[in-house]
Design a protein around this ligand. Sequence first.
Ligand SMILES: [Fe+2]
Length: 412
Amino acid sequence: MNTILRVLLIVLLCLEAFPSRSKTNFVRVVFNKNASYEATIIWNQKSGEFIKLVMDKSYPGQNSSIHALSDENHYKGMHNHVVRLKNLKPNTRYYFYIEDSEGKNDIYYFTTVSEDSNDSISFIAGGDSRDIRNIRVLANKMVSKLKAHAVLFNGDFTGIDTERQWKEWFTDWESSISVDGRITPLVVTRGNHELGNRVMLRLFDVPHTKVFYSTTFGGDLLNLISLNSEIWKFGSQRLFLRKTLKDHKDYHWQIPQYHRPVRAHVRSKKEMNTQYKNFVPEFEKLNNVRLCLENDSHTCKITWPIISDHSDQADEGFVRNDSIGIVYAGEGCWGAPLRAADDQKSWTRDAGAVNQFNLIFVSKEKIELRTVLYENVDDIEENTEDSRFIIPSNLKLWGPKNGTLIEIYPRR
Ligand SMILES: [Fe+2]
């Protein structure tokens, strides 16, 4: 073999081993229906033409499944490509790559959720990532290390919803991808800094035009209800809420998430009486709602279990009731400027202005909620999917007054 041929061969082998530089970016996975069987993969096609998405339960090879595009749109300065996956197997790791006219892109994987309600589920829950990019990147890196089944991201992604800010957000979200290519799927809601519903549909493939929908996890373990604080709470949204609660009344748990807190712990924030009137009575009708996730205020709070009450004993319309009450946790510190928790109530368990998100373990027996101070992420040893329920030794948890672990049990 002459020298030129030999060099050519080496170049070809290198091209095969190291595919061309990625022509796609901002690859994310969302759960928006049943996290055991369905998922949506979305990305930005920077250049080239999409050919296929190749997926397999191990490293993609000869017998991989081939997936066509389900949808695409040009929005917020990106060419968003959407592949909706159905009939997936529960509790299964799926590797995939995108092939386009310019080559094969990087290989990623995500894992579907068990359909067995005897298995536990791990969530990271938070929101309000606008403005302070270096802080939100720390939170995103913590996502890459904790290996939760999903991130529940509860609105206010960016400052004012511009193209530039969304590109920055997705650039930073890439820090949530583990070194080995693992992507933690998202379940999202709309915040007031998302200026319309459309952005949630186009960038996250939310399955309802009004951005209220439910996602199930672990067979009949959990119905997660994503609500929209930015539109009317009565009418179709209240009817949806009533119906999904009723349809899942025999599930072990239902957890609502919505951006604006019913009773904010920051004084300058208005009371959300429309949610108090339309959401809370529905939550309280059933036995299996015992935790709500709220954001928006840029402070941290956990309440005692509370129920609505109109007597003189009530503080802002609620009283503590440990046996049947609902715990409200939040309120959004994923990189947004912190605000003092200057509006605490008699039923506030703990509150303070810290950068945090919640780490939530859901099992049939109980919900465990911890508040993670994620800023020391570089000191944290990375969990595996198998060790995700073990708290890393130097993970900083918040809540010294009342303990760092909140345990929520079914109504007795
Ligand atoms: Fe907000």
